[in-house]
Design a protein around this ligand. Structure first.
Ligand SMILES: *[C@@H]1O[C@H](CO)[C@@H](O)[C@H](O)[C@H]1NC(C)=O
Ligand SMILES: *[C@@H]1O[C@H](CO)[C@@H](O)[C@H](O)[C@H]1NC(C)=O
Ligand SMILES: *[C@@H]1O[C@H](CO)[C@@H](O)[C@H](O)[C@H]1NC(C)=O
Ligand SMILES: *[C@@H]1O[C@H](CO)[C@@H](O)[C@H](O)[C@H]1NC(C)=O
Ligand SMILES: *[C@@H]1O[C@H](CO)[C@@H](O)[C@H](O)[C@H]1NC(C)=O
Ligand SMILES: *[C@@H]1O[C@H](CO)[C@@H](O)[C@H](O)[C@H]1NC(C)=O
Ligand SMILES: *[C@@H]1O[C@H](CO)[C@@H](O)[C@H](O)[C@H]1NC(C)=O
Ligand SMILES: *[C@@H]1O[C@H](CO)[C@@H](O)[C@H](O)[C@H]1NC(C)=O
Ligand SMILES: *[C@@H]1O[C@H](CO)[C@@H](O)[C@H](O)[C@H]1NC(C)=O
Ligand SMILES: *[C@@H]1O[C@H](CO)[C@@H](O)[C@H](O)[C@H]1NC(C)=O
Length: 880
């Protein structure tokens, strides 16, 4: 029956599916919108083109008329007895689409489309300058082009532009194109001189949403180095230099330009002893022994421009009066010597040279600076300082300022010399004394304990005793990633706490250590839970300063962020074993503090640790709560259990009637399972109608994932008796013994009875066979012997005609049929008459014959008129 129905419905279903494909919208309408019987796992698929894919479609309906997948790759076979079907594809193509279908009954069909995104990273990504080659010119607009070959889908593409490592622009596309395309994105740039040598790159990134691969697949171009040409520009420098007659002078005409500019000096003097030096962009003209005022024009030129700077050398007329000498300078620490006011030098190009010209010293370290002169017209020289002063030394060309442990924050050493004309040139040594902080610590401002997502907090970085403040850069880090910098370009005299950039006037200038507090505003998100913030104090002391920059970093501050729970993973259709509990349903929630789950069914709270019974399948609501908030979700729970048979041990049935074995023998289990029938270890189909061949012992086996069950069923098929042989005729041959056999088959085994009229007859049983033995048969034994087989299903009769033979048995043979025919006619006629004239007939009965049997046929003598029978008694004569 099962098979028949399937094949019968199949064309109908095919038609239904055809309709579904053709009339997509109309077929969807057939499924009420509030029913969603199908669940796809995964529900949304993002897959690389050509990759294999497997998607499961499952349903909650135990009984349905079949479910299957319809896709551009074909159809899967219709499944009636399963609650899921799997769709496999070896390589996903651009046009691939798939839909899971279920037929719930004859008219209700539902389907679920698979949301599928197929992507491909580009074959190549390259960057170029549009309509231009060679170097760029500062201030001109150019277009960079990023060519991306064969990328899909376009709507998920983000083209990211970078200059160096800094993002400078994004391009996204709203056109929905699912197949690979070639795309060109452009970026407008107006390079400045600082961009010379910059590297531009573009990256094609596919942002395929949360289901897509993370990190996003990205292909980045090779970098494009750009060269920017720009007109020359002078570096800052003095254009008027005042010198004393006879001394050397250096004129600085440093200029930048690309291509590197050419320099030309012109002058209006007759002097000729000059030397040009060029180191990169630095151009210096060294003129020795200047005697006259002069103007020097310096012209720098490249193909983008030419500029000229006038520089004046003013030669001071030597003063008439000799300056006061101070041969001994105090060298005692702490006592600052001051130069006589009259000796204060004018701004001149000093004949004194300091080596190094400026020093950066760590607090407490040693320092040593030489002061030299090439002058031959001086009387002596010396260092004047609170520490390490040398005093006036005569007839030397070098004096050295040395301090073993420099700790004076305000030290300002000066090298001086006394010329023979009493001039006293002086050179001040710039000293930067620095100190990293004694301690650096980070803490949340006005807050303790965990933070709450989305709230603004202030972190404070406290640094003790740092100098000089103007060189301090406070760097904030989250993990290892820099998040902010704070610099103090203003110079501060007195120790202050700085929590916001202060406006400080230059009068506050100090070089002494201060305590500083820097702050950072943060608005933590859930991802920041457990993040570590640090702050570092770094001293950027310029090119003369130590490299790398001295820095001190705080201990990390671990922050705890509390946030509302969200359910990240939860199977909305959970299948659980019988007697498992709701607590055992796996789900992932993200919440801090760790949230608690409470289950509800129909608004009432359910004990989640109580075992679930079979009847507990249904809709539940899980509510996840922590201090910050709560969230909930509806879950359909199916309680599953091993199959169990409901089936009698024995099934007795009449042959060829319609049986209801499928109703009588059922299996209860979840998921439901199919019964397999075995007879004598052979797998058999369930017979459609039971015949005697189907009798026997059957073993029924079923299983689902929770277990298996088997059952032994004995099927007994009853059928009416049937004789093994047809009617028979026996000819008596004289005085011999005759046996008449009768045996019949039937279920239950039939009871067999003989009915006859003769006397010298014995009836015996041999198994199923009942035999009538006529010893020394005579003509009186002739007649009709009727054998009746009876069981509860029915009755069958068989006659054996016994004919006497008087020597012409051979002649008689052709009479036999005639005799039988006549006999039969006579029986009928006589019987009818007897019925009419009841009581007027004589019956010859045998003691062994039971007349009260319902199927007994009345016995009667053979008529004497039988042709060929010479015996007037009409009975077979016994032959001796
Ligand atoms: C580009 O997009 C990213 C996010 O994808 C964003 O963080 C970044 O600021 C954007 N850059 C520009 C220059 O728009
Ligand atoms: C681009 O510049 C980098 C260094 O700045 C250099 O290593 C690389 O070779 C340059 N590439 C080209 C194509 O000039
Ligand atoms: C220019 O000269 C003044 C005083 O003469 C000096 O203070 C200043 O540092 C000089 N500037 C440069 C750039 O040399
Ligand atoms: C220097 O330049 C000025 C104007 O740019 C010009 O008047 C003067 O003659 C030039 N002097 C020399 C010596 O080139
Ligand atoms: C000044 O210019 C003349 C010729 O123009 C040149 O010979 C001389 O060397 C120059 N002097 C200096 C100091 O540059
Ligand atoms: C110019 O510099 C060169 C090398 O630096 C040196 O040999 C030459 O004597 C210098 N000339 C003058 C006039 O200073
Ligand atoms: C140079 O010029 C200044 C003023 O411009 C003047 O005082 C001085 O005497 C001049 N020097 C010579 C040597 O001419
Ligand atoms: C100073 O001069 C002395 C002697 O000439 C020399 O040994 C020393 O290295 C010099 N120091 C510096 C800092 O140049
Ligand atoms: C901080 O300064 C450094 C250079 O000192 C720079 O590389 C970095 O990008 C800056 N970071 C921020 C967040 O401003
Ligand atoms: C901060 O977190 C790190 C690991 O993330 C841990 O090793 C460290 O002990 C924590 N520090 C504090 C002060 O909690």
């Amino acid at each position: 029956m099962e098979c028949q129905r399937t094949t019968m419905l199949s064309p109908q279903r095919m038609l239904g599916l055809l309709m579904l494909i053709l009339l997509h919208g109309a077929a969807d309408g057939a499924c009420p919108p509030d029913i969603n019987p199908l669940t796809l796992e995964p529900p949304v698929v993002v897959v690389r083109h050509g990759d294999p894919l497997e998607v499961n479609c499952s349903t909650l309906f135990n009984t349905h008329l079949g479910m299957h997948w319809v896709s551009t790759e074909g159809k899967t076979s219709l499944e009636e007895d399963r609650q899921f079907v799997t769709w496999n594809v070896a390589g996903v193509d651009w046009g691939t689409q798939a839909q899971c279908n279920i037929k719930l009954n004859g008219s209700l069909q539902c389907s679920q489309d698979l949301t599928l995104t197929v992507y491909k990273t580009p074959d190549s990504v390259s960057i170029s300058v549009l309509s231009h080659s060679g170097p760029m010119v500062e201030g001109t607009e150019y277009q960079l082009q990023c060519d991306i070959q064969n990328i899909a889908p376009l709507q998920n593409l983000v083209v990211k532009w970078y200059k160096g490592n800094e993002p400078v622009g994004n391009v996204t596309y709203s056109n929905i194109i699912k197949t690979p395309v070639n795309v060109s994105a452009t970026l407008m740039i107006t390079p400045s001189r600082d961009d010379d040598g910059a590297q531009y790159r573009c990256g094609a990134e596919l942002d395929l949403g949360p289901e897509g691969p993370q990190p996003h697949p990205t292909v980045t171009s090779e970098p494009l180095n750009i060269t920017v040409h720009y007109a020359p520009k002078f570096l800052p420098g003095n254009d008027t230099v005042v010198v004393s007659a006879g001394s050397d002078v250096s004129l600085d005409c440093s200029a930048e330009g690309n291509p590197p500019p050419e320099l030309k000096w012109t002058n209006n003097t007759a002097e000729g002893n000059a030397n040009e030096t060029t180191v990169g962009p630095l151009r210096t003209l060294s003129i020795s022994r200047v005697t006259a005022n002069a103007t020097y024009n310096c012209t720098v030129t490249n193909r983008l421009g030419s500029i000229t700077k006038q520089m004046h050398v003013l030669v001071e007329v030597p003063p008439q009066q000799q300056p006061t000498m101070f041969p001994t300078l105090p060298t005692t620490p702490g006592a600052t010597t001051t130069l006589p006011a009259a000796a204060k030098p004018k701004v001149v190009t000093s004949p004194l040279e300091l080596n190094p010209p400026r020093v950066v010293v760590r607090y407490g370290d040693s320092v040593s600076v030489n002061c030299t002169t090439s002058s031959t017209v001086h009387e002596g020289m010396g260092w004047e300082a609170t520490y390490g002063g040398t005093g006036f030394e005569q007839d030397v060309n070098i004096v050295t300022w040395t301090v073993d442990h420099l700790t004076d924050w305000t030290i300002e050493p000066k090298c001086y010399m006394t010329l023979t004309n009493s001039d006293q040139p002086i050179e001040v040594l710039p000293v930067i004394l620095y100190k990293t902080p004694d301690s650096i610590s980070i803490s949340p401002l006005s807050h303790s304990g965990p933070m709450v997502e989305g709230t603004v907090y202030q972190l404070q970085c406290d640094m003790q005793n740092i100098a000089p403040l103007q060189n301090l850069v406070v760097k904030w880090y989250k993990g290892n990633e820099p998040v902010d910098n704070v610099t103090y370009s203003n110079i501060i005299k007195t120790p202050v706490n700085v929590s916001a950039p202060l406006m400080i006037t230059p009068s506050n200038i100090s070089k002494t250590p201060v305590n500083v507090s820097a702050t950072l505003m943060i608005t933590p998100s859930r991802d920041d839970d457990g993040a570590q913030y640090r702050c570092g104090a770094e001293l950027d002391l310029g090119p003369e300063g130590p490299q790398p920059h001295p820095s001190v970093t705080s201990e990390p501050l671990n922050i705890t962020v509390h946030y509302k729970p969200v359910i990240e993973r939860l199977n909305l259709h959970s299948h659980v074993n019988e007697s498992s509990t709701l607590d055992m349903i796996l789900y992932t929630v993200n919440g801090n503090p760790p949230p608690n789950a409470v289950w509800y069914q129909e608004g009432r709270q359910v004990n989640a640790s109580a075992p679930l019974a079979r009847s507990d399948s249904g809709q539940y609501v899980i509510t996840i709560t922590n201090d910050i908030g709560s969230t909930n979700s509806t879950v359909h729970i199916t309680v599953e259990y091993a199959p169990k048979f409901t089936c009698p041990d024995q099934y007795i049935f009449k042959e060829n009637e319609n049986h209801n074995l499928l109703v009588t023998c059922t299996v209860d289990g979840n998921p439901s399972s199919k019964i397999t029938w075995y007879k004598a270890q052979q797998k058999v189909d369930i017979p459609q109608s039971l015949t005697r061949e189907n009798r026997g012992e059957y073993t029924l086996v079923t299983n689902n994932k929770h277990g298996q069950a088997s059952h032994t069923l004995v099927i007994d098929v009853l059928y009416a008796p049937e004789f093994l042989l047809g009617n028979d005729t026996v000819i008596l041959s004289g005085d011999s013994d005759v046996s008449l056999n009768c045996s019949a088959e039937g279920n239950p085994p039939p009871e067999i009875n003989w009915t006859f009229a003769a006397g010298n007859v014995m009836v015996s049983n041999e198994g199923r066979q009942r035999t009538v033995r006529i010893t020394r048969a005579t003509s009186t034994n002739a007649g009709i012997y009727i054998c009746t087989a009876t069981n509860r299903v029915g009755t069958a009769t068989r006659t054996t005609t016994v004919i006497p033979m008087k020597g012409y048995s051979t002649i008689m043979i052709w009479w036999i049929p005639v005799v039988i025919l006549v006999t039969f006619v006579l029986i009928v006629v006589l019987y009818c008459r007897w019925r009419k004239r009841h009581g007027h007939y004589h019956f010859i009965t045998n003691n062994n014959t039971e007349v009260n049997q319902p199927n007994n046929v009345p016995m009667m003598p053979l008529p004497t008129t039988v042709v060929g029978n010479p015996d007037p008694g009409g009975y077979p004569t016994k032959k001796v």
